[in-house]
Design a protein around this ligand. Structure first.
Ligand code: SDX
Length: 384
């Protein structure tokens, strides 16, 4: 091992680690040139609308699509872990009702690390991590639904036996029997956002895991990263943008104002994709159908006009968060919960990456190029 030289003043600094290949993974590939997304060898187009989130979360964690028996077992494990434990429910009810939902979710997941009832929450064996992953994948939708119910001043609903992952979330948040179109739409959303290579929140989870820290610390850190508007909170910002625009006629004036103010269009652009995000076409088609079914196409038509106007003005492509906004809105999900919805989906991907990192870990520790002063001499306090 060569002694690591201090970074030479001529070292190439890759800010944001742009273009840096930090490690290998067999979980997903984000191909920026061909604008393709692959989960464990399956192109996302092969999976969406055909494999439910239960199947895709199994695929991401275990490396293969489940057999019928494996799916039944996996679904039963998730269903058995979906109900909020009394101590977790008490914690949620003790927090300020108007606290930011991602901050509440971050706190709840961190609390799970304290209340892990299977002994040592810091246990880092792959089997222990898999058990914890089932708990967070199952519980996150229940936590998010409880946050939504408490903010609305409505009683928290326990999960309903026999409902699938997406259907149970809609039931726990909105009550009543969710309709088939809504369930299929949310399930597709969960599948499309389940994993995405070394995005900021996933790389955060892997960095924490690389120190041999515990699963809950890694996931709590990932939630903190996803909370940012350049990452997961862009979906909420995109809905706020659509609401501010308000009508098709106001799209062009909004675009001109945003350009003049040198501001960002939320839900546009991507660090890796040099073309359109491969998930966007699916989300767009679902949002269009939901808007027509709701008899309120305006949020979709504003989105489509904005997509065209931003392309004309800046040649920017939409990303996953753009049509997520109108899709989640049409499902009746409050805007303040949008980023927690992203976390519900990505919980499977984060967990798969924690397992992969833990199974063959190398401490993540990049270099920095020091540009501060040198060779200063100490001056006693009363002479400064
Ligand atoms: C997600 O990484 C992942 O995989 C993430 C994700 C996942 O599934 O995990 O795909 C999910 O986080 C998607 C991204 C959600 N974020 C947003 O929608 C926020 C708005 N977008 C950006 O701020 C931006 O596009 C980023 C942060 C997503 C990527 O930014 P980069 O790669 O750092 O590019 P940049 O900021 O250097 O911009 C390059 C140029 C700049 O022009 P100049 O200033 O050089 O003239 O493109 C412009 C930018 O101004 N630009 C935008 C823009 N995005 C880039 N201009 C206006 N609006 C935008 N959205």
């Amino acid at each position: 091992m060569n002694p690591i030289e201090p970074a030479s003043p001529h070292a190439e600094v890759r800010r944001g680690l742009e273009g840096v290949v930090a490690d290998k993974t067999s979980i997903s590939e984000v191909d920026g040139q061909r604008c393709q997304l692959i989960y464990r060898g399956y192109h996302i187009d092969e999976l969406v609308g055909r494999a439910a989130y239960e199947e895709v979360s199994f695929l991401l964690l275990q490396g293969a699509l489940p057999t019928r028996a494996q799916l039944a077992e996996w679904t039963a494990q998730l269903a058995a872990a979906t109900a909020l434990e009394p101590t977790l429910l008490a914690l949620l009810q003790s927090l300020p009702r108007r606290a930011e939902p991602m901050a509440i979710l971050r706190t709840a997941i961190s609390f799970l690390g304290i209340s892990d009832d299977a002994g040592d929450a810091a246990e880092v064996s792959l089997e222990a991590i898999r058990r914890k992953a089932v708990r967070t994948i199952a519980l996150t939708p229940a936590i998010v639904a409880a946050i939504g119910r408490m903010r609305a001043g409505e009683p928290i609903l326990p999960p309903k036996a026999g409902l699938g992952h997406a259907a149970n979330f809609l039931y726990m948040l909105l009550g009543g029997e969710p309709n088939r179109q809504a369930v299929e739409a949310l399930d597709a959303y969960f599948v499309l956002l389940a994993d995405h290579g070394f995005n900021a929140s996933t790389f955060t989870a892997r960095t924490v895991t690389s120190t041999h820290s515990d699963y809950y610390s890694a996931i709590t850190a990932a939630i903190g990263s996803l909370k940012g508007p350049l990452h997961g909170a862009a979906n909420r910002k995109a809905m706020e943008m659509l609401t501010e625009i308000g009508s098709d006629e106001q799209v062009e004036p909004y675009v001109q104002r945003t350009l003049a103010d040198h501001k960002r269009f939320m839900g546009f652009g991507h660090r890796v994709y040099k073309g359109e995000d491969p998930r966007a076409k699916h989300l767009k088609a679902i949002a269009k159908r939901l808007g027509e079914a709701a008899g309120e196409p305006k949020w979709f038509t504003i989105s489509e006009r904005l997509q065209e106007a931003v392309w004309r003005a800046k040649k920017l492509y939409i990303n996953v968060d753009f049509y997520s906004a109108s899709l989640l809105h049409y499902l009746g999900i409050p805007t303040e919960l949008f980023t927690t919805m992203f976390a519900c989906a990505r919980m499977a991907g984060w967990s798969a990456h924690v397992i992969e990192e833990a199974s063959d870990s190398r401490l993540i520790r990049p270099l920095a190029l020091y540009v501060g002063p040198r060779d200063l001499k100490f001056v006693p306090l009363d002479q400064r």
